[in-house]
Design a binder for this molecule. Structure first.
Ligand SMILES: C[S@@+](CC[C@H](N)C(=O)[O-])C[C@H]1O[C@@H](n2cnc3c(N)ncnc32)[C@H](O)[C@@H]1O
Length: 248
């Protein structure tokens, strides 16, 4: 492993805003902060917003700067990327920012029922292969995790360059009849992007350079807890098309 990565891993542990649970603190058990993030970590009673797969934490930091009366937690498994956000939050002495290094799959051991008020998912891996659909962060499996921790009416925001993931998420919304406030296939082209939506993550900058439209979906789970699995016909179609294109 590179020296720079190791330095960042070590430095992460010195940041007050950085939490790195041990495996046995989250695997099939509850973390001590579960249900106590407001009182024991932020020391206030403000709403909590998560950025899932936060990478360098651009949204976590930018949203926290604009909303001092809300608490923000960036979650990712890649410590060296998260170092960027944690260092910025530390240098700027931001009291309403946390970074949590863990797998999103462990989220129910980290947050209590209704403890989270909003979720942002920024440029997740679209997991294009249908056999990897369960890994999509808007799949029924993940919605089931979010349903446990999200307060009733809490919004989920997805920003992605992936047409496939955008279409899939719209289908998820349609299948379960979820309230959807925004479904925009090109936030810059349509002039929809406001100050918050114009915050650009590291991945977004790359996709914009490639000329890809950026999509945005904002939906809620409306108190629903059960999301039975479904296979999306478009997955198979897209795979067939790709295979045909590959074989010429
Ligand atoms: C494509 S990157 C996007 C990073 C950042 N949001 C951006 O837009 O620049 C996806 C991020 O999600 C994280 N990630 C993917 N699956 C995850 C999981 N199951 N648990 C935790 N982090 C995950 C990866 O480590 C990676 O940093």
């Amino acid at each position: 492993m590179g020296k720079d990565k190791l330095r960042k891993f070590r430095e992460n542990l010195t940041f007050d805003c950085f939490i790195q649970p041990e495996f046995d603190e989250v695997f099939r058990c509850d973390h001590p902060l579960k249900g106590h993030w407001r009182s024991d970590f932020f020391h206030n009673d403000n709403p909590i917003v998560l950025e899932l797969g936060c990478g360098k934490g651009e949204y976590t930091v930018a949203l926290a700067e604009r909303n001092p009366s809300r608490n923000f937690i960036g979650i990712d498994i890649k410590g060296a990327r998260m170092w960027r956000g944690a260092k910025t939050a530390t240098d700027r002495k931001m009291p309403n920012v946390g970074f949590l290094r863990t797998r999103i799959e462990f989220i129910n051991g980290l947050f209590a029922e209704g403890e989270v008020d909003e979720i942002w998912i920024t440029f997740p891996d679209p997991q294009l292969k249908s056999r990897r659909a369960k890994k999509r962060l808007t799949s029924p499996l993940f919605l089931g995790y979010y349903a446990h921790i999200l307060s009733p009416g809490g919004w989920i925001n997805l920003k992605t360059d992936s047409k496939h993931l955008f279409g899939y998420t719209n289908e998820v919304v349609r299948r379960y009849g979820l309230p959807c406030e925004v479904s925009n296939a090109d936030i810059y082209g349509t002039g929809y992007a406001d100050e918050v939506l114009s915050v650009k993550t590291a991945y977004e900058k790359r996709f914009l350079e490639m000329g890809l439209p950026i999509t945005y979906t904002r939906f809620s789970l409306a108190g629903r807890h059960k999301f039975p699995w479904f296979d999306w016909e478009e997955d198979e179609k897209a795979e067939k098309d790709n295979e045909e294109a590959r074989l010429g």
